[in-house]
Design a protein around this ligand. Structure first.
Ligand SMILES: Cc1cc2nc3c(=O)[nH]c(=O)nc-3n(C[C@H](O)[C@H](O)[C@H](O)COP(=O)(O)OP(=O)(O)OC[C@H]3O[C@@H](n4cnc5c(N)ncnc54)[C@H](O)[C@@H]3O)c2cc1C
Length: 445
C-alpha cells in the first residue's frame, strides 16, 4: 500500500481481513502521534470529523438541461465567490477546460453512478460497524444528519433530491427545528428556510484511523511512516516491479496506490495523467455549549463562500464536547500553491457561518481560540468529478490506482476497498467501469 490516508487505510484493513499480507508506506508521520496537522495528508491533516450521507460524493458540474452549462467557479478567485486559490499554469488550464467541457447530460450520468457507489458504500459501512464494534467504540459515531437551508428554493429542490435517493427521514419547519435543536435558537429567521433530517452519520475520523492502524499492526502488517516513495520502478514492458523509498526498493506482488492530492507525483499510467488536482477546504472548532447540539448538521447557504458547511458533534482530546465546522472550496491545482489572502477569505466565510448559526458558541470560544483551531487540507479532485480506479499488470499481480473522490473519500472508502479486493481477486466490480479513466477520455456515458 502506498499512502495511508483514510482511503488506503480502509482498503488495507479490508485486504488484511481477506488474508492478504499487507505492508504499507506513507510519506507523513504516524497519524497516532498527533504531529503538526500541516505534515499530514487530507484525512489526518483536516479536523477530526467526517460525514457519510447518500449524496456525500456529489458532482459539482452544472446539471441543468436545456441551456449551455454555467461552469465559472474555477475561473474566479474565492474573494469573488469563485473557487480559485492559485494562479493557474498550463496543467491547471487543461484540467479546468476538462471540467468545463462536461455537458449537463453527462454530468447527470456520472453523478448517478457516483451516488450508486455511495449507496453501496453506505451498506458496507453498516455491516462493518456491526461486525467490528471495537473499531467504532470510541469514534463518537452519531446517526442522522440535519440538513438546513437558508434558501427556500434550494430547500424545495433538495427535498425532491433527498426523497429521490431515499434519504429523507423527516422534514422540520424552522420552529420544529428550533424545538428539536435548541442549540440553533439564536440563528436568525432568514438563516433557516427549511430543514430535512436524512440518513447518514458522522464520526471522528482520526480516532477511526488510529483504531485501524492498531488493528493492522496487531494482525502483523508492516507499516512504515515518514517513508516517501520517490519513484515506481518499471521493467522493459512498463510493468511496476518495485517502489523506491530512499535507497531501498520495496517489492510486492501487488501495489495499491492512493496518494490523495499528490496523485500525479508518482508518474501514474498515461490515462491518469493530470487527472487529479487539489481543492482545499477549511476547518474551525468551537465548544458545544448548553443547550448542546445533539445531531450533526449540513448547512446550505446558497451564494455564500461557505456554501456547504458540515457541523459535526464531536469531542476534543480531553473529552469535552465540541462542534467541528468544515467548509469551503479553494482550487489549488496540481502544485498545491496557495494564495494566502484568498485563503483568508475562506476562513472569514467559515467564521461567518459559525457566527450566524451558533453565535453564543463563537463568543464562548473567543476569536483567538477559534483562530487557533483553524486548519485546512486538500481534497483530491477530478475534472470529471468521477473518482479514479485503474489497474496495471505487475509481473506477479496488479498495481491498482485509486483516488480523486472529491468531497466523498471518507464516505466511499469501504466500496473502494471492496473494488480493490475484487480486482486483486480477479473479479469485476461496478467501480472498475464507473471510475475507469478510459470512460472519461472517450467522453462516453
Ligand atoms: C473541509 C473538508 C471536509 C470534508 N468532509 C468530508 C466528509 O464529511 N465526508 C467525506 O467523505 N469526505 C470529506 N472530505 C474529503 C475527504 O477528507 C477526502 O476525500 C479524504 O480524506 C481523502 O483521503 P485519501 O486517502 O484519498 O487522501 P489523503 O488523506 O491525502 O492520503 C494520501 C496519503 O498518501 C501519502 N502519500 C502521497 N504521496 C506519497 C508517496 N509518494 N509516498 C508515500 N506516501 C505518499 C500522503 O502522505 C497521505 O497520507 C472533506 C474534505 C475537506 C477538505
Amino acid at each position: 500500500m502506498v499512502g495511508l490516508g483514510v482511503v488506503n487505510l480502509v482498503t488495507a484493513h479490508w485486504l488484511a481481513r481477506a488474508g492478504f499480507e499487507v505492508s504499507a508506506v506513507d510519506a507523513g508521520p504516524d497519524p497516532r502521534l498527533g504531529e503538526s496537522w500541516k505534515r499530514y495528508g487530507c484525512s489526518r491533516g483536516g479536523a477530526n470529523a467526517r460525514m457519510f450521507t447518500l449524496t456525500e460524493a456529489d458532482d459539482y458540474h452544472d446539471r441543468t438541461l436545456g441551456r449551455p452549462p454555467v461552469h465559472a467557479q474555477f475561473r474566479r478567485p474565492v474573494s469573488l465567490r469563485g473557487w480559485q486559490l492559485c494562479a493557474p499554469g498550463a496543467a491547471e488550464e487543461e484540467w479546468i477546460g476538462d471540467f468545463e467541457r462536461v455537458p449537463a447530460w453527462l454530468a447527470r450520468a456520472y453523478n448517478a453512478d457516483t451516488l450508486a457507489l455511495n449507496r453501496a458504500s453506505g451498506a458496507l459501512w453498516d455491516t462493518w460497524i456491526q461486525a467490528d464494534p471495537h473499531l467504532f467504540a470510541d469514534v463518537e459515531l452519531t446517526r442522522d444528519i440535519v440538513r438546513i437551508y437558508s434558501d427556500a428554493g434550494q430547500f424545495a429542490e433538495s427535498l425532491r433530491r433527498q426523497d429521490s435517493v431515499g434519504a429523507t427521514k423527516q422534514v422540520y419547519t424552522p420552529a420544529q427545528l428550533r424545538a428539536a435543536q435548541p442549540a440553533l435558537a439564536d440563528a436568525p429567521a432568514e438563516a433557516i428556510a427549511g430543514c430535512i433530517v436524512v440518513e447518514g452519520f458522522t464520526l471522528c475520523v482520526h480516532d477511526l484511523m488510529a483504531a485501524l492502524l492498531d488493528d493492522l499492526e496487531a494482525a502483523g502488517a508492516d507499516l512504515r511512516f515518514e517513508t516517501r516513495v520517490s519513484e515506481l520502478l518499471r521493467d522493459g514492458e512498463g510493468r511496476v516491479m518495485g517502489a523506491l523509498t530512499g535507497d531501498h526498493v520495496v517489492r510486492s506482488d501487488h501495489f495499491v496506490l492512493s496518494l490523495g492530492a499528490e496523485f500525479s507525483s508518482l508518474s501514474p499510467p498515461p490515462a491518469l495523467r493530470n487527472r487529479v488536482h487539489g481543492v482545499l477546504g477549511c476547518w474551525a472548532t468551537v465548544p458545544n455549549i448548553e443547550p448542546r447540539l445533539t445531531a450533526s448538521v449540513k448547512l446550505a447557504r446558497r451564494g455564500h463562500n461557505a456554501e456547504d458547511a458540515n457541523v459535526t458533534v464531536a469531542r476534543d482530546p480531553l473529552g469535552d464536547p465540541i462542534l467541528v465546522f468544515g467548509s469551503g472550496y479553494g482550487y489549488v491545482g496540481s502544485r498545491g500553491k496557495i494564495d494566502e489572502s484568498e485563503l483568508e477569505a475562506l476562513y472569514r466565510a467559515l467564521v461567518d457561518t459559525v457566527r450566524v448559526y451558533f453565535p453564543r458558541a463563537l463568543d464562548a470560544a473567543g476569536k483567538d481560540r477559534v483562530r487557533e483551531s483553524f486548519r485546512h487540507c486538500v481534497r483530491p479532485w477530478t475534472a470529471s468529478n468521477l473518482g479514479v480506479f485503474e489497474t496495471e499488470p505487475t509481473p506477479r499481480g496488479l498495481a491498482v490506482w485509486t483516488g480523486g473522490h472529491n468531497t466523498g473519500g471518507f464516505a466511499q472508502a469501504p466500496v473502494i476497498a471492496e473494488a480493490v479486493h475484487t480486482a486483486l481477486s480477479g473479479g469485476r466490480h461496478a467501480m472498475h467501469v464507473a471510475y475507469s479513466p478510459r470512460r472519461w477520455a472517450a467522453g462516453a456515458t
